[in-house]
Write a protein that binds this ligand. Structure first.
Ligand SMILES: [Zn+2]
Length: 419
């Protein structure tokens, strides 16, 4: 049984607990067998059969963490992982003061990513997304929610979701696919919005369900670039009829009542929430809807931060994710998102880490396998070159993740100090 000893801080993130409850053990050890954790706790309590010091009998390698931090593998519960092209030209234009409506009127914005994504084959989509996943694993990420939504036709939505299925397997993070056919109305339906909503509800979602390609159904509630409330409701209710749990891009650019709508539709999460109202927060607390905040997108779009403190006080669980996409969040650096959640949103480092582990796992249906470390759970963890969570998120620097392990297999870096 492999054994990790001399862990400076072992963050376990127990499923039960408040937003800041890390379940931290100082001076810890952890043992796993195959893909499953068998023991963890203070180093001094390590069972003799797992202890390899001084010739004690054991049957697996022992790794000396040198006082480093060990955390549950990070969960990025909101990404748009597979897409064509980038939009650096828009970044430059926005930096020079050009607004999104003008960019969209020139054929830019989400529509340009739709064109570039449709031009890619399933293999090309999988290869490119697979490259991003390798980068994510090197940051300590072991599970990723990934949305479609740049296809917006039966053929192209299925192509993206099939590419995600192709990527699932050993060595890759655990993937949770979401159908985001309700991202926007594509150009060819500009004069027939209802026609597109019918396509989503009567053709795309049933086809996705037939192949079992998505666990969740998502929509972008934002009159203008996205869908209105009636269109959003039609899409998410159709997803529900086909066995997909609702998620919702809500209250990002305007307070469109998205949080309340997400709560009333039984959505597992409402994401963004920069403009959420107090009534929206109350409705989420009552329904148990998880808030997913996306600080990288907030920085790129220069949005006011969502009222995380009011959410936590109201009893809403808050997850932190990247929103990785080629427009508003061209970075999959989840640890950066955690640092920004502290700086811009008033989260403590402990609250942010729980938001990218336990709460994030719950927001994408992975609470049984990801987000917490305990005997009997999968050995999905990361060794971080810092003594504790505060030090980790305080220093934003390269190469902080020393090793990432998924199901007992080291998939990035290497476990330190093999004895
Ligand atoms: Zn998004």
């Amino acid at each position: 049984m492999p054994c990790l000893t001399n862990i400076g801080t072992l963050v376990t993130c127990p499923p039960e607990g408040g937003q800041g409850d890390l379940g931290a053990v100082r001076g810890a050890a952890m043992v796993w067998e195959g893909d499953t954790i068998t023991w963890l706790g203070p180093r001094a309590d390590l069972p003799r059969e797992a202890d390899q010091r001084e010739g004690a009998s054991g049957n697996g390698p022992s790794y000396d963490c040198g006082g480093r931090l060990v955390i549950p593998g990070l969960v990025d519960c909101h990404t748009h992982l597979a897409f064509g092209g980038w939009r650096a030209d828009e970044f430059a234009a926005r930096s020079a003061g050009t607004g999104y409506p003008e960019i969209a009127a020139r054929g830019g914005g989400i529509a340009s990513t739709v064109r570039a994504t449709r031009a890619m084959s399933r293999q090309e989509l999988a290869d490119r997304a697979g490259g991003f996943l390798q980068g994510m694993v090197r940051l300590g990420i072991t599970a990723v929610e990934c949305k479609s939504g740049y296809g917006l036709s039966v053929e192209h939505e299925l192509r993206t979701l099939r590419a995600y299925r192709d990527l699932s397997g050993s060595g890759a993070p655990r993937l949770v696919p979401t159908c985001l056919a309700g991202h926007m109305v594509p150009a060819e339906y500009a004069g027939d919005r209802q026609g597109y909503i019918r396509l989503v509800t009567e053709e795309i979602l049933p086809a996705v369900a037939r192949e079992g390609l998505a666990s969740f159904c998502d929509a972008f509630l934002e009159p203008g670039p996205g869908l209105d409330a009636a269109e959003t409701t039609a899409v998410l209710e159709a997803g529900h009829r086909h066995g997909m749990v609702a998620k919702l891009h809500a209250d990002q650019l305007t307070d469109g009542g998205g949080a309340r709508l997400a709560a009333s539709l039984g959505a597992i999460s409402a994401d963004h929430l920069e403009r959420v109202s107090d009534e929206g927060i109350e409705a989420m607390a009552e329904a148990g809807t998880i808030a997913v905040v996306l600080p990288i997108a907030g920085v790129y779009l220069n949005c006011p931060p969502p009222p995380v403190r009011r959410m936590v006080e109201a009893g809403v669980q808050v997850a932190v994710a990247t929103d990785f996409n080629p427009g508003s969040a061209p970075s999959y650096h989840l640890p950066l998102a955690l640092t920004l959640a502290c700086v811009k949103m008033g989260m403590s480092p402990a609250e942010a880490v729980r938001g990218a582990t336990t709460v994030a796992a719950r927001a994408c249906g992975l609470e049984e396998v990801s987000g917490s470390l305990a005997p009997g759970r999968p050995a999905d963890f990361a060794v971080i070159d810092a003594p504790d969570v505060d030090s980790w998120l305080y220093h934003f620097k390269e190469g902080t993740c020393a090793a990432t392990v998924i199901g007992g297999v080291t998939v990035a870096g290497q476990l330190p100090g093999s004895q």
